[in-house]
Design a protein around this ligand. Structure first.
Ligand SMILES: Nc1nc2c(c(=O)[nH]1)N[C@H]1C(S)=C(S)[C@@H](COP(=O)(O)OP(=O)(O)OC[C@H]3O[C@@H](n4cnc5c(=O)[nH]c(N)nc54)[C@H](O)[C@@H]3O)O[C@H]1N2
Ligand SMILES: Nc1nc2c(c(=O)[nH]1)N[C@H]1C(S)=C(S)[C@@H](COP(=O)(O)OP(=O)(O)OC[C@H]3O[C@@H](n4cnc5c(=O)[nH]c(N)nc54)[C@H](O)[C@@H]3O)O[C@H]1N2
Ligand code: SF4
Ligand SMILES: [Mo]
Length: 735
């Protein structure tokens, strides 16, 4: 028996952990963390440990598929599918114009930036601006807030430097969402040991909250009030960093005036928290010399996410929690070019008003992209500008988009639906073509994606100049007919006789440079994977080909990229951070009016709130069929406080119906004392399509079905209520 170990990079989620796969006689036997990996230090999770098995699951598609009129899918060679797709796209464009073709880039478009770059280039080549991503149904408040406030070029402090952290509706210990960097549980443990303080705001006492000094178990949707009250206390008690604010920040008086009604007592009553704890949180936060706030999906999905994210940045600026001149920035970039390390802000940028207008709900492109929440309506609304074709790269609209009932109608109304997916997702079932890609361990990859996410905020990306590349470690399954996504896309372009102008993700922060350095890829022979990655990361601090030549980089390493000392700003510098953006303050004013309403949000008909949460065992809708992962979860759980279960006469493990004003879904009740009474926490992207019978003991229900895309939506990003949805619960009808 020959034993071997191969270093790989997991791409099951955006974290891209460095892992090790054990082989015996050439076959993979187990996957584990790599304790020598300088960024992840032995970390792995069940999804990553199962990734090698996903490659051979019976559900894996081994060939691309085409749907015939009878609705059945048949195998088609991918090159034939590309030729047919090109012809269909040309026909649709000829009849309805280029903007009738839309693209939706989901999770696995972000986890494969090479495929992502080629996909955007195909849209440009066809002349379509209709490029949508999952960002606008995720944390779209981030892009809006950053534009209204302005970025700080030298960036935030990193985890190891923080005196304190406040997590607002995010659970990075499980989700790897920004907030704690890589190997988050260990990071949190180490940080706590050295005395870092922790405040958590979440209706559910999460894995991240267990350690908190102050835990505010709020009602959902109250975050802008809570952060507003904290800012008010800090402003009125003059606890902010006056010298930083005087030098770098404008809008102080306007913010202060707007926050006048955010009385801590009233806010605490409204949010269902203790007012003394709220004041204590403000005092704790204002005591941090270097601190951080991380807002997650919860508040972004519960209404007024822009204002919540804006208050996060405003508090960070009030406290001057930004890296200062003379301080050292450890990460000088590996595959992504960082912003210049200057202690200054170029000032705010337009957050909307510069791009495409939608035809529905007065929505438009924003700093977070085109509003995916409006895409189903754009497909369903007849007339000039109607979307007729949709290409999905590594996403699953049927289980991920809000308003599933409408999404289902939209998917069926399309003239052409194409999905790149390794498994028969609920969206694939409705697709005209399914393009079966090679999986992660069959292709080259690198850590550019998590490094790019470092631009999202503190606790995202890597702390130092970390990078990893990986070569294929598995052959494609025998008898399969697979391609890489970028190969397929280039093939489509070739069939259309179009050149792709591929823009580099390495230059993401500088759109003009991205345009200047775009690489034309003409029709004909497709660049090999190395050449192609070199194109999609052109201009990176470390050339990707050099990284592939470096054996250490295949194990994950800190690159020899010296730390940068932050420069002071030049004397004639103009830009400042803006904490008084009129539109954001108008949102806050609107929010403050809620304080005048009753402090209970209870609704007679729908007295509970469905809140979204993630679980460790699965990522969104992917690979729920893995036998080890599914065994760990059992059923689609609805986490409910035991007192609520008792009041409702329900028991742990019972099938329950969850009903909103929009629809009803079924799940299995799970007693969870960590959930705030009155809330029901349910993982998203489960369930079936609306035409199918739901199996509560199988895939359960789809929380997207509970939402309306056209009610309670954000006027800038179009994100509707996807958490904090009013619901009622009852035992499922017998049988
Ligand atoms: N109610 C509610 N709705 C939500 C959320 C919520 O919290 N609550 N969360 C939202 C968020 S944050 C997001 S990001 C979206 C998720 O939005 P999407 O990205 O649209 O959904 P996923 O389920 O991640 O879809 C991933 C798809 O990629 C496929 N896939 C897996 N591996 C690969 C690969 O290597 N290549 C390719 N090409 N495909 C692959 C999977 O089979 C799956 O079909 O859902 C959103 N929807
Ligand atoms: N294991 C696993 N990891 C994942 C994913 C996954 O599906 N599984 N998905 C990935 C994706 S696509 C993303 S975007 C990230 C997201 O990462 P996170 O944003 O950290 O997502 P969650 O873990 O769902 O944490 C959201 C928290 O918000 C709380 N919450 C809900 N509503 C509210 C509210 O109104 N206010 C407040 N304060 N809290 C609220 C929930 O109780 C929950 O604890 O995770 C990624 N990582
Ligand atoms: S956290 Fe993400 S990248 Fe890391 S092992 Fe788990 S699934 Fe893979
Ligand atoms: Mo997400």
């Amino acid at each position: 028996m020959t034993k071997q170990q191969k270093h790989v990079m997991c791409r099951s989620c955006h974290a891209h952990c460095g892992l090790v796969v054990d082989f015996e006689d050439g076959l993979p036997t187990a996957t584990h963390g790599d304790k020598d990996n300088p960024a992840f230090a032995g970390f792995s999770c069940i999804k990553g440990r199962r990734l090698v098995n996903h490659h051979t699951l019976p559900s894996r598609l081994l060939s691309s598929k085409k749907r015939r009129p009878d609705g059945q899918h048949y195998d088609i060679h991918w090159q034939d599918a590309a030729a047919e797709m090109a012809e269909k796209l040309q026909g649709i464009i000829a009849e309805h114009g280029p903007d009738s073709v839309a693209m939706y880039i989901g999770t696995f478009g972000y986890n494969n930036l090479n495929a992502h770059a080629y996909s955007l280039a195909l849209m440009d080549a066809m002349g379509s601006a209709m490029k949508f991503t999952s960002v606008t149904i995720d944390q779209p408040g981030k892009g809006i807030a950053l534009s209204c406030h302005g970025p700080w070029l030298a960036g935030p402090y990193r985890v190891d430097e923080w005196d304190g952290l406040m997590l607002v509706g995010t659970n990075p210990v499980i989700s790897m969402n920004g907030g704690l960097g890589m190997n988050p549980a260990k990071r949190l443990f180490d940080a706590r040991k050295r005395g870092m303080e922790l405040i958590v705001v979440d209706p559910r006492k999460t894995e991240s909250a267990k350690e908190a000094d102050i835990y505010l178990q709020c009602r959902p949707g109250e975050d802008p009030l809570i952060l507003g009250a904290i800012a008010k206390i800090i402003l009125e008690e003059a606890r902010y960093n006056k010298s930083f604010v005087d030098a770098e920040v404008e809008g102080l008086d306007a913010l202060k005036a707007t926050l006048a009604p955010f009385d801590p007592g009233k806010v605490a009553a409204h949010a269902g928290i203790d007012s003394e704890q709220l004041v204590k949180a403000a005092h704790m936060l204002s005591g941090w010399k270097r601190g951080s706030i991380s807002v997650g999906t919860g508040p972004n999905m519960s209404g007024f996410g822009n204002a919540t994210e804006y208050l996060n940045l405003a508090l960070t600026s009030l406290m001057g929690h930004w890296r200062q001149a003379g301080e050292v920035k450890q990460n000088s970039g590996v595959f992504i070019t960082p912003a210049p390390a200057i202690a200054a802000s170029p000032g705010p940028m337009p957050a909307w008003g510069f791009g495409r207008k939608m035809r529905v709900r007065d929505l438009e492109e924003s700093a977070s992209g085109l509003p995916t929440g409006a895409l189903a309506d754009e497909i369903l609304t007849p007339g000039e500008g109607q979307i007729k074709a949709l290409i999905c790269l590594g996403g699953n609209p049927m289980l991920a988009w809000p308003d599933q009932i409408k999404t289902y109608e939209a998917m069926q109304a399309l003239d052409l639906l194409v999905c790149f997916d390794p498994r028969m997702s609920k969206t694939c079932e409705l697709a005209d073509y399914i393009i079966a890609p090679k999986l992660h361990y069959e292709i080259k990859g690198c850590t550019a994606a998590p490094e790019l996410f470092g631009m999202f905020g503190a606790g995202w990306g890597f702390e130092g100049p970390y990078g990893q590349v990986s070569d294929p470690i598995l052959d494609v399954p025998e008898g399969s007919d697979l391609c890489e996504e970028y190969q397929f896309i280039h093939r489509v372009a070739t069939e259309m006789n179009k050149t792709l102008n591929v823009k580099s993700f390495a230059l993401f922060g500088d759109p003009q440079e991205q345009d200047r350095q775009a690489t034309p890829v003409p029709p004909g022979e497709t660049p090999d994977p190395m050449a192609s990655w070199s194109i999609s990361l052109r201009g990176s601090p470390v050339a990707i080909s050099d990284a592939f030549d470096d054996p250490e980089a295949h194990r994950g390493k800190m690159f020899d990229r010296p730390p940068t000392t932050v420069e002071p700003k030049p004397d004639d510098w103009q830009g400042k951070l803006d904490i008084g953006n009129p539109s954001m303050l108008a949102e806050l004013e609107e929010i403050s009016q809620r304080l005048a309403q009753s402090d209970s949000l209870d609704d007679q008909d729908y007295p509970f709130r469905m809140i979204s949460r993630r679980i460790n065992e699965v990522l969104n809708s992917s690979w729920h069929e893995d036998p080890v992962q599914s065994k760990r979860v059992g059923h689609h759980p609805a986490f409910i406080h035991p007192d609520d279960l008792a009041d409702l006469g329900l028991s742990d493990g019972q099938v329950v119906e969850i009903e909103s004003a929009r629809a009803m879904i079924s799940c299995v009740a799970k007693a969870a004392s960590e959930v705030r009474p009155g809330c029901v926490a349910i993982p998203h992207s489960w369930g079936t399509s609306p035409n199918e019978k739901e199996d509560p003991l199988g895939q359960g229900g789809n929380t997207g079905r509970l939402s309306f895309s056209d009610r309670d939506f954000d006027r800038r990003t179009g994100i509707p209520r996807m958490s904090s949805i009013p619901i009622r619960i009852r035992a499922a009808a017998a049988g």
